[in-house]
Design a protein around this ligand. Structure first.
Ligand SMILES: Cc1cc2nc3c(=O)[nH]c(=O)nc-3n(C[C@H](O)[C@H](O)[C@H](O)COP(=O)(O)OP(=O)(O)OC[C@H]3O[C@@H](n4cnc5c(N)ncnc54)[C@H](O)[C@@H]3O)c2cc1C
Length: 456
């Protein structure tokens, strides 16, 4: 494998693959497809080649806190060897000890003492930094080309709509349109889900949708706190509790810059004016964190991002799907961002696509959708279960959800003082292991013992 992670192709497909959208899932898909297709063309509406390391219009979430979970980091590194070192060389902090992570979930502060015995370091690049380094790696692949400042406006198909033949594009510069022929078209255009509109127009059934109205507002600001004001802490996460539907993330990023993101569910949205923003943060974060925020130099305005609902499109349930089309990333499943799962799930999808391509391209989409539905389902359950722990989110709360939430609360209670349990919980949160690992007898015994000690 060379520096760009290019390995010998498992099964050569040849031909031309077109990937729509050059954000995280589009870039990861392009990287995987480059192993087996002759040519890959990434088509992106924003002029990303001019953006550099900055947030951009097509990815407005880039102005908000973005955590990269360990499972995602592992896959990024497998696909782009040395990428994690590049993050650090570009100034991204590494979190390697519990003392550096203040993770307060459901009102329980995970144990901050001891050392991790199984977890490896986590990396904290800002979202624009991460995306620009991944983009540089993908653009370094000899068979990948980017057409940016170019919007995809439709699909070209056979007369019977059984196969996609390419895409119709509109150039922002001169307003001209063109057809780009392709053997495979990958929709990575994000949660709006353009593929569903195209499928509808082509006479296909739409994927059944699951959704949870969360009515979240993110408000974020870049800050430069006084050096040392946060001690050893590099990550502060304060999640919602059953009685407080608000939260905060305060993350160190490149070169001493921090990002503060305040989050509120419906009816509890953070304000964007400076005084209101600070006042919103004060009751959520501990005093030393508030002092660091209050005394920090603001580096930007506070900007808002509304996130109305989570969406999961069940493509694996469709009996008919056109050949030559695939959907990846947020276009399949858009998670509540507070759990920081989106980029990692995009990486899991890329890894799954790589495995699916080992059996060629026949019924590629159907086989891919089926294969990703399992990891997506687990992650979806984790996120929606946690959302349903607060009354502001409406939805069915069957006994199973209530029991899991009660048990997680017990795990978190015990993990306040038990560093081993805190690490086991983090491995689940970072999508390294399944949540069922928390039900193993040894772990349940620790949970019970910890809760009994707390009661006494
Ligand atoms: C507020 C917020 C915070 C988040 N925090 C985290 C976090 O902490 N950790 C995490 O892992 N994930 C987080 N996420 C999710 C993460 O940003 C996404 O999962 C990730 O970007 C992958 O999405 P994507 O590539 O599928 O789509 P997107 O990132 O939405 O990108 C879609 C791309 O398609 C382009 N495009 C759209 N339409 C067209 C068109 N017609 N023609 C050409 N190009 C087009 C856009 O310009 C864009 O580049 C967060 C999301 C939000 C909203």
């Amino acid at each position: 494998m060379d520096k760009n992670g290019v390995s010998a192709p498992n099964r050569w497909v040849g031909g031309h693959a077109v990937v729509l959208g050059a954000s995280v899932s589009g870039l990861l898909a392009a990287r995987v497809l480059a192993d087996v297709y002759d040519r890959i063309t990434l088509i992106e509406r924003d002029r990303v080649s001019e953006v550099g390391v900055a947030a951009r219009r097509g990815v407005p979430q880039g102005r908000h806190a973005h955590g990269l979970l360990s499972r995602g980091a592992e896959i990024f590194e497998e696909l782009f060897p040395g990428l994690l070192e590049d993050f650090v060389a570009g100034g991204a902090p590494i979190v390697s000890s519990p003392a550096e992570l203040r993770n307060n979930l459901g009102g329980h502060l995970l144990c901050m003492t001891g050392e991790y015995t199984e977890l490896s370091d986590t990396y904290q690049p800002s979202r624009p930094h991460l995306e620009s380094l991944v983009r540089t790696r993908v653009m370094g692949l000899p068979n990948v080309k980017l057409i940016d400042g170019c919007q995809v406006v439709g699909l070209e198909t056979t007369d019977d709509n059984a196969r996609v033949l390419g895409v119709e594009v509109l150039y922002a510069g001169d307003g001209t349109t063109d057809l780009v022929h392709a053997d495979l078209v990958v929709d990575a255009t994000g949660r709006a889900g353009r593929a569903t509109k195209w499928l509808d127009a082509m006479g296909y059934q739409l994927p059944p949708e699951e959704s949870l109205q969360v009515d979240l507002l993110y408000v974020s600001q870049y800050l430069r706190p006084a050096p040392g004001s946060m001690g050893r802490e590099k990550v502060v996460i304060i999640g919602h509790t059953p009685t407080r539907p608000t939260g905060a993330e305060y993350l160190e990023q490149e070169d001493g810059r921090w990002i503060l993101t305040l989050i509120g569910y419906g009816g509890h949205h953070p304000p964007t004016d400076q005084a209101g923003f600070l006042a919103f943060a004060e009751p959520i974060v501990p005093p030393h964190v508030f002092a660091s925020i209050r005394d920090a130099e603001p580096l930007s305005e506070a900007v808002a991002h509304r996130f109305p609902a989570t969406i999961r499109r069940r493509y694996e349930k469709l009996s008919r799907f056109p050949e030559g089309l695939l959907v990846v990333g947020d276009a399949i499943c858009s998670f509540n961002p507070i759990y920081a799962q989106g980029m990692t799930v995009a990486a899991i999808q890329a890894e799954t696509l790589q495995k699916t391509l080992q059996d060629g391209t026949d019924r590629l989409a159907q086989r891919f959708f089926k294969a990703v539905s399992k990891p997506l389902g687990v992650t979806w359950q984790m996120a929606t279960g946690s959302d349903l722990s607060i009354p502001q989110v409406e939805g069915p709360r069957p006994l199973s959800v209530r029991m899991v939430n009660a048990y997680i609360n017990m795990v978190l209670t015990a993990a306040e003082r038990d560093s081993v349990l805190a690490e086991r919980f983090l491995k689940v949160q970072y999508l390294l292991v399944l949540p069922t690992t928390l039900m193993r007898p040894g772990t349940m015994a620790r949970v019970l013992a910890g809760n009994l000690r707390r009661r006494r």
